[in-house]
Design a protein around this ligand. Structure first.
Ligand code: PAF
Length: 284
């Protein structure tokens, strides 16, 4: 497995693979890889001849009061994970390589980015879409793998790829959880033991919502109220949002019909965690 730091060298490697007729799978990440990322790399390696994993903590998707500086980083651990999961190249550029002085072009997906995390983190999706477009242009993969945990990010990337005619298949991958149900996230490492226990409230509240919906509840307000009640009972938790939305348009819905996304963001202490599930309701 190779680690490549600059765009020119990565392009050379990609063009030699393409000359050999090899298919390329791509897993964009910000590093500090956990089993969720491991799943993406393994899946990519089972569906492509070669796999590139980017590790780049993208400064332009963090707000001024967010955790860019303290975002966890560990290249040695990440290299071992990528190799063990079947990756062939890690692309690990510097911020200067990705954003040379004078950089002034951004990719904005409107509409889909306005609610949920987009409303709470202004500029976040502009940063994500800009870096993912650049990475897609540099790697030119056949397929790119994204986790369903970042459900809004996945919907936004799919829309961007469609709208800009990028010839890349976006492959959604399921949420990977700890044994006790907490969705895997690099940010889980910020939690102290008490917060780690409190964080289970996310999965617990979503499981209660699934039970309600499986028992025929279709009223979004009642489902939200159940989630809210459970989260508010946890003293270390503070709700950022609870949304019940159409899984494609991301518009709020009053009643569960068609494919519905139930998405939550909750602060546990200072750490903001997200989780979600998709539910197929009756006919639309
Ligand atoms: O999901 C992430 O880790 C990031 O948002 C991504 C897609 C790698 C872009 O920086």
């Amino acid at each position: 497995m190779k680690i490549i730091h600059n765009i020119k060298d990565l392009r050379q490697e990609m063009s030699s693979w393409r000359k050999e007729g090899l298919s390329i799978g791509f897993v964009p990440t910000m590093g500090y890889l956990h089993e969720g990322h491991g799943y993406l790399v393994k899946r990519a390696s089972s569906e492509n001849d070669r796999v590139v994993v980017s590790i780049f903590v993208n400064p332009i998707q963090f707000g001024p009061s967010e955790d860019f500086e303290k975002y966890p980083r560990d290249m040695e651990m990440d290299s071992r994970t990528v190799e063990a999961c079947g990756g062939h190249v890690i692309f690990n550029p510097s911020a200067e390589e990705m954003y040379p002085s004078g950089f002034s072009t951004h990719v904005d997906v409107s509409g889909l980015t306005e609610g949920l995390c987009g409303a709470k983190r202004p500029g976040h999706f502009r940063g994500v879409c800009t870096v993912v477009s650049k990475l897609f242009n540099i790697v030119q993969p056949d397929r790119a793998y994204f986790g369903e945990k970042d459900a809004q990010q996945l919907a936004v990337i799919k829309r961007m790829v469609r709208d800009l005619n990028m010839p890349i298949e976006i492959v959604p991958c399921p949420i990977i959880r700890e044994e006790d149900g907490l969705a895997k996230s690099s940010r889980n490492t910020y939690l102290n033991p008490e917060e780690r226990r409190a964080a289970l409230v996310l999965n617990r509240s979503l499981t209660a919502a699934i039970n309600l919906m499986e028992n025929g509840e279709i009223n979004s307000s009642s489902i939200k109220a159940r989630i809210e009640g459970i989260i508010k009972a946890e003293p270390l938790a503070r709700i950022d949002y609870i949304e019940i939305i159409d899984s494609v348009t991301l518009n709020s819905i009053g009643e569960v019909k068609g494919s519905v996304l139930v998405a939550i963001a909750v602060y546990i202490g200072k750490t903001r965690l997200i989780d979600n599930f998709t539910f197929s309701g009756g006919d639309r």
